[in-house]
Design a protein around this ligand. Structure first.
Ligand SMILES: *[C@@H]1O[C@H](CO)[C@@H](O)[C@H](O)[C@H]1NC(C)=O
Ligand SMILES: *[C@@H]1O[C@H](CO)[C@@H](O)[C@H](O)[C@H]1NC(C)=O
Ligand SMILES: *[C@@H]1O[C@H](CO)[C@@H](O)[C@H](O)[C@H]1NC(C)=O
Length: 362
């Protein structure tokens, strides 16, 4: 009798759980976060790519992460994927490649991160070293299929429509272009190259939309010409203007792509964060934002600590919270946290047509 009672209680509990929309992070503003992108949002996918040299699963990466753990994040601590999840009241979505292939769809319901260091919009960007965006979407398509199978089509659609899809991509494609030969640049001028990126992205975002995504949080590219590896190539240690201009063009292109999508698909919403604008302010008025070092990387070796990556033999700075850059390409945890806060809570011209908090609340 008693065990029968326990049993029906359990059944009831399970039913209640299913009814409340896929248990059980009660405090979350949305059911889940699905993340696509590059090293700015990778939380450990590249650790699983045996042949890739684009990795961060060794010190001094993670020196400020809980337990001083080098998790594969490209930075000293948490990155934007962590901060955005935290603000949404959710645990960080796990790396797709860390989810065992024999686990079922319940592993996907709380969100998945597909981001991979080195990834670009184009398959040719760091090919074989990372999971390119197209491949990330292939993986997501598998996740989508599993969710539909487990929850049923209607439940899966409603779950995904409420979830947030974070996209952080484009920097690597442009960095490759800027470093390519002048012959290549003649063949494909800046605007034309950016147009080709935006046109690829158009198909990619629509594919994600067709797989149930309705709320897009697009993190635009930063002033990539100001990263220490680019500055190091300039005698005056100034930012590479070509790279920064390109990032602005790309962000413009992505903005109009998102606008067009929202017009075409009435049930699609987005938030676009202009990382270039926000981060350039930190770089131009460091003291206002609490930074003391805007040029040199914290971890590395050589000029601006940008000649050698952050590897175990590199040195790293004592105070990570007054540096904008952790290594020759990536922001410190402090920078990532400040940018995420702006994307989450501020307004135009930094983030529009709504911030991520507003997107979540729709
Ligand atoms: C799915 O996985 C969960 C947790 O690992 C387990 O409790 C459940 O029984 C599994 N369901 C199926 C249908 O395999
Ligand atoms: C080098 O830096 C200066 C500012 O110090 C800037 O005006 C110039 O455009 C930069 N050179 C390149 C190639 O970007
Ligand atoms: C590190 O830098 C931050 C930001 O500039 C500052 O508030 C803090 O006092 C510094 N910490 C130390 C130990 O110098």
């Amino acid at each position: 009798m008693a065990s029968k009672l326990t049993c029906s209680c359990l059944v009831l509990l399970v039913l209640v759980c299913m009814g409340c929309g896929i248990c059980c992070y009660g405090e979350g503003m949305v059911p889940a976060v699905y993340v696509f992108g590059d090293s700015l949002a990778d939380v450990g996918n590249n650790n699983h790519l045996d042949l890739s040299i684009i990795k961060a699963d060794f010190p001094h990466n993670g020196v400020d992460y809980p337990g001083r753990k080098a998790t594969g994040r490209f930075g000293n601590g948490k990155n934007s994927a962590d901060f955005l999840a935290e603000k949404l009241g959710l645990p960080t979505s796990p790396p797709y490649l860390s989810i065992s292939s024999n686990s079922n769809a319940s592993a996907f319901v709380d969100g998945v991160n597909f981001a991979s260091g080195g990834a670009g919009v184009l398959d040719s960007t760091n090919s074989d070293q990372c999971i390119a965006l197209n491949k990330q979407i292939d993986y997501y398509s598998t996740v989508y299929g599993a969710l539909v199978q487990q929850l049923g089509s209607d439940q899966a659609q409603s779950h995904l429509a409420k979830s947030i899809f974070v996209i952080v991509i484009g920097s690597n494609d442009m960095l490759h272009y800027v470093k390519s030969s002048s012959q290549n640049k003649l063949k494909s001028p800046q605007q034309q190259f950016v147009d080709s990126l935006v046109s690829s992205l158009d198909g990619q975002l629509k594919r994600i939309y067709n797989l149930g995504a309705r709320k897009f949080a697009f993190i635009g590219t930063g002033p990539i010409g100001c990263c220490p590896s680019m500055r190091k190539q300039n005698k005056t240690e100034g930012c590479n203007q070509e790279a920064n201009d390109m990032s602005v063009l790309y962000n413009k292109g992505v903005t109009s792509l998102l606008q067009n999508m929202a017009t075409d698909f009435g049930d699609m919403s987005y938030s676009f964060f202009d990382t270039s604008l926000a981060l350039l302010e930190y770089i131009q008025q460091p003291a206002t934002y609490g930074f003391a070092e805007v040029k040199a990387a914290c971890c590395g070796l050589g000029d601006l600590n940008a000649k050698i990556a952050c590897i175990p033999i590199s040195t790293y700075c004592a105070n990570r919270s007054d540096h904008i850059f952790w290594d020759f390409y990536h922001p410190t945890e402090t920078t990532a946290g400040m940018l995420s806060s702006t994307a989450f809570d501020e307004s135009a011209p930094y983030v529009y047509p709504m911030n991520i908090r507003q997107l979540a609340a729709l």
